[in-house]
Design a binder for this molecule. Structure first.
Ligand SMILES: Cc1cc2nc3c(=O)[nH]c(=O)nc-3n(C[C@H](O)[C@H](O)[C@H](O)COP(=O)(O)OP(=O)(O)OC[C@H]3O[C@@H](n4cnc5c(N)ncnc54)[C@H](O)[C@@H]3O)c2cc1C
Length: 566
């Protein structure tokens, strides 16, 4: 058995920030990550991080309250307003701290941190490091981790939690290199395992974003919240679905249909291309469905009028991606783009300190749902969420572990979890079932793409749920093709597949039950937001026979729900 006071699962921005904070408060903390820390998806973030610094000449009037209002309105009033205010008030401090840690933010001519306009924001509020903001942030954060000599178990994958009677005792994890599964005894565990994009066929997410962490917590009895709210980013590159940052529109990019029309005029006349993501994605989808797309599949994102100098300075990564993956140079031609799954608004139910229903178990980052994004996240708010709430989780854990009523983790509980995981792996390796797991996985992604996408209706959602139930049944009869010990990706992928099926089921069930349209959840059969019945968080609880759903109140505050017009 390996022992630490605190184990953080996930080495993206949220996980590392939590670990740094707890370490600085005297806690023996270790981080576990299934990839090297700087390969976490945070590294891929492009466009920037929000904070009311009011540095831009057009943004002098900005302040945390205005940032909070934009966030709440963007969330279609489903975000908890107290948590949103915490986030927006911390935002300027977090950005300055990251600057002090060495992040090379882009600058205004006077030398201040530059801020670009982003969708749904009243002012230019998004601080950025060219179009590689996540890269800059995560490397700075990792340097701080290395400087403190925080132990990182890299290329270890966490498989299950040891939580008994609402108390955390530790977890089980596999050293991927050797195939050995170990028990970790810890009084406190933080899950910062990122999003679940890869249950969709088309996603901007890294392959590692499988939602497995969410599923592990869910199976251990922690509810998942608001999972039906899945963000589809308007602009992913046609063909590969690699992200083309919202910063491209923030810098002034236009969207055109096949008639040469800037079609956002019809859908969001006052803000055009800078409407929030749910609205722009639906607009593009509608244009294509009504025959005004190219090849019935995509529209154009035109940057040519920005000029070569600006594109090379502000969007060099985007230019590289477009040239290499679509053969198009944005200096000369428009980019073919289409919406694609991008972000998981829902996640492990927790409060603004990362606390969950289980003592000692915390969540932060995209895996968590505080909730600050509600039914639709604004661009630039996720990087902010990871750092603000990662840090707060670190503070809360340290307080918990330094408290007088110190909990004790039980080795016996971890041994039990370890035995049960080793039995599960032996069962999978010995299975002679006739189902091919790759087919189950491919079908799941197809179903989610086709039936639980941008526009939804009862018939599609019910049929998706039925198929997911069938796929869960088929999963029980899968076999492995490779049974070796070392770096057995076949085994790992198929352990994760169970998690994908569980998360997909929760998303679909929540979407089927929610008979309204709110933010990213858009029902053809219930086209209006319905505050009298549906202004509430969906809570999914694990049960053998399938997710059990109930609801929880939204924390309101200053802002009463209004019609969401842009
Ligand atoms: C292409 C792209 C661009 C984006 N651009 C922006 C942007 O400009 N601005 C913005 O605000 N947001 C952006 N986002 C969203 C934002 O980047 C993410 O939501 C955020 O970085 C997630 O950080 P995280 O720390 O929660 O998780 P991640 O960075 O995803 O890290 C998850 C970690 O968990 C580990 N892990 C997961 N499961 C296990 C397991 N079972 N065992 C061990 N380890 C595990 C992984 O190894 C990884 O270290 C973007 C997202 C994408 C996909």
């Amino acid at each position: 058995m390996i022992k630490h006071q605190m184990v953080v699962v996930g080495a993206g921005l949220a996980g590392l920030r939590a670990a740094i904070e707890a370490h600085d408060r005297g806690i023996d903390v270790a981080v576990i990550s299934k990839v090297h820390p700087v390969r976490s998806h945070s590294v891929a973030a492009q466009g920037g991080i929000n904070g009311a610094l009011a540095n831009n000449p057009d943004g002098k009037e900005d302040n945390p309250e205005r940032h909070a209002f934009d966030t709440v309105k963007g969330s279609d009033y489903l975000a908890d307003q107290d948590a949103v205010l915490i986030m927006t008030e911390d935002a300027p401090k977090v950005i300055i701290e990251m600057e002090n840690w060495g992040v090379p933010f882009s600058r205004t001519p006077e030398g201040r941190i530059a801020q670009r306009p982003f969708g749904g924001a009243g002012f230019p509020r998004t601080a950025y490091a060219s179009d590689k903001t996540g890269h800059a942030l995560l490397h700075a954060m990792y340097e701080q981790t290395v400087k403190r000599k925080i132990k990182v178990y890299e290329e270890w994958i966490v498989l299950s939690l040891a939580i008994e009677d609402g108390q955390t005792h530790g977890l089980t994890a596999m050293n991927m290199l050797t195939g050995q599964v170990e028990g970790f005894v810890a009084e406190s565990v933080v899950f910062a395992t990122g999003g679940a994009g890869r249950i969709y066929k088309q996603s901007t997410n890294a392959m590692i974003n499988t939602g497995f962490g969410m599923a592990i917590a869910y199976k251990a009895g922690i509810p998942l919240k608001d999972m039906e709210f899945v963000q589809f980013h308007p602009t992913s590159l046609f063909g590969t679905n690699i992200l083309i940052t919202e910063g491209a529109r923030g810098e002034g990019g236009y969207l055109f249909n096949n008639k040469g029309e800037r079609f956002m005029e019809k859908y969001a006349p006052s803000v055009m291309e800078l409407a929030p993501r749910d609205i722009v994605s639906r607009s593009i989808f509608t244009e294509v469905m009504e025959g005004r797309g190219f090849e019935n599949a995509y529209v154009h994102l035109d940057l040519t009028h920005l000029g070569e100098e600006k594109i090379k300075e502000r969007l060099p990564g985007i230019r590289d991606i477009a040239i290499h993956f679509a053969g198009v140079d944005p200096v000369k031609e428009p980019l073919p783009i289409q919406p694609s799954q991008h972000y998981t608004m829902g996640g492990i139910d927790c409060n603004a300190d990362g606390e969950t229903v289980a003592k000692g178990f915390y969540a932060a980052g995209e895996a968590a749902c505080v909730s600050v994004h509600g039914a639709n996240r604004l661009g630039g708010n996720s990087l902010l969420d990871t750092i603000v709430f990662g840090k707060r989780a670190g503070v809360a854990v340290a307080k918990y572990l330094n408290g007088s009523n110190k909990p004790k983790a039980s080795e016996e509980a971890v041994s039990k979890a370890l035995k049960s995981m080793n039995d599960r792996i032996a069962e999978l390796k010995n299975s002679t079932g006739n189902e091919n797991p790759q087919e189950v996985r491919d079908r799941l992604k197809e179903v989610m793409n086709q039936k639980v996408g941008i526009y939804r209706n009862k018939e599609d959602l019910a049929s998706a749920l039925k198929e997911i139930e069938e796929l869960k049944e088929r999963y029980k009869h899968i076999h492995l093709n490779y049974k070796g010990e070392k770096y057995n990706l076949d085994l790992i992928r198929n352990l994760e597949l169970e998690g994908k099926l569980l998360v997909a089921e929760v998303i679909t069930k929540g979407a089927l039950l929610r008979e309204e349209s709110r933010g990213s959840h858009s029902r053809r059969d219930f086209t209006e937001r319905n505050d009298s019945e549906w202004l509430k968080h969906t809570m999914a609880h694990y049960a053998e026979e399938g997710a059990k759903i109930d609801y929880k109140e939204v924390t309101m505050g200053t802002w009463e729900p209004q019609a969401r017009k842009y």
